[in-house]
Ligand binder design. Structure first.
Ligand code: KG4
Ligand code: ZN
Length: 340
């Protein structure tokens, strides 16, 4: 008998619902983005995000079921992101999932958003080989994670200031590119010379697996401002290319150091920044040189989506790891240390 899971994701600015069968067959993955609403503010406005989730959540769930050709009665469980994320946004998804679980008398599964990003890789590759190293790079996180097994994670390093995606977004804003900036810098960088403008790379202490991107971000912004003050024209594509190169160099070097330190054979990329073209190319090259198995999701599964949440929920469902109906949103939920 196959297991039909409804996944729900509302941790930031995407309202998403997905039906996944047996943890791998994505029957639907609806993603309603609020980007157009937040764009005029240059970033996500939390209060606006939760109101928009509330307006649309029922419709997105309905459409996810319809597209998958299933009804509520076919669902075996409902999985929902309950952290980390914006509390008001998370609450909308959690409340919807609890209502469905209660109404249908099916298990409720609470999912960590970061675990969702990691599992986006397992939708297509359910057997990646353990232990493995995963680089989680999103708008809110830059984490190097050693995964021993389902639910067993060790945090090896994290950003001490800006997340990689956040740095992309802030530099893009100063370049006048708009929001979210990561994909726009990625595109502009393709037309630039990555060696024309060299920006600093922060490696922190010898052997450290932590990250720091605020110095690089400030250096890029200062470069632009200084040129503007002198009335000089800046080649924005070159600046975008130099910035992207610096971010990618540090991410790749530290991730490979982590694989060497732990003797792991498999490497996963996860989170919105994992959609970056240069990041994928560089990891592909270096993984080949080092004889590592590299897995990364298709771009649509790198950014926030509910299929990855349903995938984690399936694994937890199989383990009987259910949440009580008192489940609450946990904005700072750490990876691998969840307790309902
Ligand atoms: O995982 P995600 O959708 O949301 C969070 O959990 O934060 O990641 C969003 C982040 C944004 O900062 C966005 O600019 C960045 O991922 N991003 C990219 C690319 N696509 C999305 N950054 C660099 N290059 C890209 N192609
Ligand atoms: Zn995310």
């Amino acid at each position: 008998m196959s297991v039909v899971i409804l996944g729900i994701e509302t941790s930031c600015d995407e309202t998403s619902a997905s039906v996944v069968i047996d943890g791998t067959q994505i029957k639907s993955n609806l993603i309603s983005s609020q980007i157009d609403i937040h764009r005029k503010f240059g970033g996500v406005v939390p209060e606006v995000a939760s109101r928009k989730h509330l307006e649309i959540i029922n419709r997105v769930i309905r459409e996810a079921l319809d597209e998958a050709g299933v009804t509520f009665a076919d669902l075996d469980a409902v999985g929902v992101t309950y952290g980390p994320g914006l509390v008001g946004a998370l609450l909308v998804g959690v409340a919807a999932a609890k209502a469905i679980a209660f109404g249908l008398d099916i298990p409720l599964v609470g999912v960590n958003h970061l675990e969702g990003h990691i599992y986006a890789n397992l939708l297509a590759e359910p057997d990646p080989g353990l232990p493995l190293i995963c680089l989680v790079v999103s708008g809110g996180h830059t984490d190097l994670v050693l995964m021993h097994g389902p639910g067993a994670y060790e945090l090896l390093g994290a950003t001490r200031d800006d997340a990689a995606g956040e740095a992309f977004d802030k530099v893009a804003r100063v370049l006048g590119l708009g929001y979210p900036g990561g994909p726009l810098i990625d595109k502009l960088a393709e037309c630039g010379d990555q060696q024309a403008i060299t920006l600093p790379r922060s490696y922190l202490e010898e052997g450290s697996l932590d990250f720091s991107f605020s110095g690089l971000k400030t250096a890029a912004i200062n470069y632009l401002h200084r040129a503007e003050q002198k009335g000089e024209e800046v080649n924005r594509a070159d600046l975008a290319a130099g910035f992207r190169r610096a971010v990618v160099d540090v991410l790749v070097d530290k991730t490979l150091l982590a694989t060497q330190n732990h003797g792991t054979q498999t490497l996963l990329l996860a989170g919105g920044v994992a959609a970056n073209k240069l990041l994928r190319e560089e990891f592909t090259k270096r993984a080949k040189q080092e004889g590592l198995r590299l897995i990364y999701p298709p771009p649509v599964l790198c950014t926030d989506n509910a299929a990855m949440i349903a995938c984690v929920a399936y694994c937890k469902y199989r383990r009987g790891d259910f949440a009580p109906l008192t489940l609450n949103a946990v904005p700072n939920l750490p990876l691998g240390k969840e307790k309902y």
